[in-house]
Design a protein around this ligand. Structure first.
Ligand SMILES: O=C(O)CCC(=O)C(=O)O
Length: 278
């Protein structure tokens, strides 16, 4: 049982820590789903420089994505400042403070054969410390079209070469002299404990940055759309150019080793005061 002020149970926190992923059911009101859908509509009309169209050649079903757009999308700002997500991630990571890091959407039309290949998020980011990813379906999705995870893969601490979503999911080129990363293992070889969930509106997935995860495309007959957001705790520092492909929001003034602070990384929740971002 949760106490009055808590949104998660100790069992849910334990599941996240042990498995590296948790599925939370019916935790987001419809008003937030509606707001995020409006935000994604606006984002599609006003793409950022990160916009990507990953539609496979010859595929009629479009697959698009954008990220780090929140400074131009008021609906995203309203969502991250006022929805319960900051508190949920704060409880899950047992944090003192939670800051918003990044927005992202993926949209795959019915029949899209563009997969999101098995990967970890950590190697894409110039970050050190505790953070997490929240995956929110903006249309119901069945198990096949949901995000799949290889349970417990966050625990080894090992990082693998990420895929370049913009380049047909090839591995990024690695300079063998300077990169310590090996190729992602074959996650479909039957040796991993793969888990995925059919999701309704109001459900969400939260996962650890080292978790192996993937999506096969959209085999359903309705548009698949999700809003993904990333949240950092008080101990996250800037780990400059850990890998040549890693990115960070533009315009920050961080030096290597600095804690992520300031208006590019808005403080939303503290254990002591609760919601402080409005
Ligand atoms: O939703 C998808 O297809 C991919 C999401 C993903 O890989 C991520 O959020 O890191």
């Amino acid at each position: 049982m949760t106490d009055d002020k808590k949104l998660l149970t100790p069992e849910e926190i334990e599941t996240y820590q042990h498995d590296g992923v948790i599925c939370l059911r019916n935790i987001l009101d419809q008003k937030w789903i509606d707001l995020l859908n409006l935000g994604v509509d606006r984002n599609i009309e006003n793409p950022s420089k990160h916009f990507g169209d990953f539609t496979k050649p010859g595929d009629d079903a479009r697959c698009i994505r954008d990220y780090w757009s929140w400074e131009n999308i008021p609906e995203y700002q309203d969502f991250f400042k006022n929805s319960p997500i900051a508190q949920i991630t704060g409880e899950l990571m047992q944090a003192e403070e939670i800051r918003f890091l990044e927005d992202q959407y993926f949209q795959k039309e019915p029949g899209s054969v563009t997969p999101s290949p098995w990967h970890q998020d950590q190697p894409y980011y110039e970050l050190k410390g505790d953070w997490c990813i929240v995956w929110i379906p903006l249309a119901p999705c069945d198990e096949d079209d949901s995000l799949s995870f290889a349970k417990g893969t966050h625990r080894s601490g090992q990082l693998f070469t990420p895929k370049n979503f913009s380049n047909d999911n090839e591995n990024y080129h690695i300079d063998e002299q300077s990169s310590p990363l090996s190729e992602m293992p074959d996650v479909d070889n039957g040796e991993y404990d793969i888990v995925s969930w059919a999701l309704e509106l109001g459900d969400m997935l939260i996962f650890h940055p080292r978790m192996f995860h993937s999506n096969i495309g959209n085999t359903g007959d309705r548009r698949a759309r999700r809003f993904v957001c990333r949240w950092i705790t008080e101990n996250v520092t800037f780990d400059e150019k850990v890998f040549p492909w890693a990115t960070m929001i533009e315009g920050h003034s961080l030096q290597h080793g600095d804690l992520l602070r300031g208006h590019k990384f808005p403080l939303i929740w503290t254990r002591e005061k609760g919601m402080v971002g409005a």
